[in-house]
Design a protein around this ligand. Structure first.
Ligand code: ZN
Ligand code: MN
Length: 503
């Protein structure tokens, strides 16, 4: 069956840069300060004040742009690396200058891409898809209005601390086709920018904000398709909201399309519409029809000199960039034989977790085991203890030692032993001493007799196994492991195989 429609999504992401000071003045760039305490004549737009560009903001933005595979200010008719600042004029109480300093026709970076995993089952496979980046430019943020929503008619308060803080605006091509892809893209952007130290990307604090441009393509019997008018969804406050809003909006547009008997509801006939996402009601609501860019009367900011980015600057930023998440995942797969999923889990936890993993893998000589045991034992312990990997009391060498000495034990025993080490700060030898849980010395003949007993005692499992049910074998292995604590799992499996063959 042909698909009913295809969703087409482009995302516009704003991230706040992790600078100490604002983009054009020396005021602090920090969340949560007392209202209007981080302001000065420049960010308040007082007459006679002049902006000066923050080089650190530019450096961070350049790093992000290079990680997004963007070209750096390559504009026909201008010298390589030439970029400038423009004023975007509009009136709003949180914008005291009545214009925002942004970038218009000559953004400092453009034409990049970011690779995401769009596998149907990302737990099993990796299917790369490149999402095009139209542009990433720098601009200053506006302040914040707080309206009285109690209905008692209180004042609206204006806090200008955020006015002038540095923002990187990243605009993607409409290459995303499902709500899941949109979320994956956002997760990848967030992971990368956090790892690079460009932004903390806290949606709760507004240091990552996202708008989604959505429409649908409905295939027509003649082989063409009908494109619905573009809608920009605002007020998306979580990744989950992004997914829900896109799904809702696509269905809403399809309903509009079906109701439209006169062929008037189509791209090009309507102005782009801005709709707000209401998370509680689970729907988008019409706000306004979008202004054209010309309404902002952009013009070059006469107070700021253009910037020319040099090849040396680009090389210096590249040199300190380090390994990007997508490079890291493929290296972990190639170097340690991990699945795409396991590599993805490690990378998503950040560089320090990967460093821990690599130290353990090197010490035990087996990356797969190191990754599996970290997932089984360390990640749950960290979340129980609300701890970061740096603060984990067992260092990589200690955990490697633990793995070598507890290899034959069951998962349950390993959890118990590690828990003892975490509670008492002991090494694995002392933990085994104190708990009495340790691999048992055994004689293969004796163990074989136990296995034969278990096989004889489980005729139903043996019959199931003979019928082709492999899981039945594991129930016998489990029974032997349970009755003989500390015996090596791999030997038991082999003996069960051998005894079943005889049965
Ligand atoms: Zn200031
Ligand atoms: Mn913007």
């Amino acid at each position: 069956m042909a698909e009913t429609y295809k969703i087409v999504i482009g995302l516009e992401v704003h991230v706040q840069l992790l600078t100490k000071t604002k983009l054009f003045c020396g005021c602090r760039n920090k969340f949560g300060l007392p209202p209007n305490s981080a302001t000065c004549p420049v960010c308040l737009g007082l007459p006679g004040s002049l902006p000066v560009m923050n080089r650190e903001a530019f450096r961070l933005a350049l790093k992000a742009a290079l990680a997004l595979n963007c070209r750096i200010a390559s504009h026909p008719g201008h010298p390589p690396g030439f970029t400038k600042w423009d004023r975007k004029n509009y009136y709003y109480p949180d914008l005291p200058k009545n214009y925002q300093i942004s970038q218009y026709d000559l953004p400092f970076s453009h034409d990049g891409w970011l690779e995401i995993n769009v596998a149907r089952d990302p737990k099993k496979e990796f299917t790369p898809k490149r999402i095009g980046i139209i542009r990433a430019h720098l601009e200053e943020d506006a302040g914040k209005n707080t309206h009285d929503e109690s209905g008692r008619g209180g004042d609206t308060r204006v806090d200008l601390n955020r006015t002038g803080t540095p923002l990187l605006e990243i605009v993607s091509h409409p290459d995303l086709n499902t709500p899941e892809e949109a979320i994956t893209y956002l997760e990848e952007v967030r992971l990368m920018l956090r790892e690079l130290g460009v932004s903390d990307c806290e949606m709760q604090e507004g240091s990552l904000r996202c708008d989604a441009n959505v429409n649908i393509h409905v295939p027509q019997p003649d082989g063409t398709h009908h494109e619905t008018p573009l809608v920009e969804i605002k007020n998306l406050n979580s990744f989950r909201a992004v997914g829900r809003a896109i799904k809702y909006e696509a269905e809403r547009q399809y309903e509009e399309f079906r109701k439209d008997t006169r062929g008037e509801y189509r791209f090009g006939k309507w102005l782009k519409e801005t709709r707000g996402w209401d998370d509680t009601r689970g729907q988008t609501e019409g706000q306004r029809h979008k202004e054209e860019a010309a309404d902002y009367r952009y013009f070059p900011d006469p107070d700021l000199v253009p910037v020319v980015v040099s090849q040396e600057q680009i090389a210096a930023v590249k040199a300190e960039m380090g390994e990007l998440p997508q490079q890291q995942r493929s290296r972990l797969v190639g170097q340690y034989g991990l699945t795409a999923y396991d590599a993805g889990v490690l990378t998503a936890k950040g560089r320090r977790t990967v460093a821990y993993f690599e130290a353990v893998a090197a010490a035990v000589g087996d990356g797969k085991t190191a990754a599996n045991r970290m997932s089984d034992l360390i990640f749950p312990a960290l979340s129980d203890r609300r701890e970061e990997i740096d603060a984990f009391p067992v260092p990589p060498a200690g955990f490697a030692d633990f793995l070598k000495k507890t290899g034959p034990l069951s998962k349950q025993d390993r959890v118990h032993l590690l828990g003892h080490m975490l509670d008492h700060g002991a090494d694995v030898d002392r933990a085994m001493e104190a708990t009495g849980i340790k691999p048992q010395t055994f004689d293969e003949g004796t163990l074989r007799a136990k296995v034969a007993e278990a096989v004889a005692a489980n005729p139903k499992a043996v019959a199931d196994f003979k019928k082709g049910k492999d899981a039945a074998k594991m129930s016998i292995v489990g029974a032997v492991m349970k009755a003989n604590r500390g015996v090596p799992n791999d030997v038991v499996r082999r003996l069960v195989d051998e005894e079943l063959a005889k049965a």
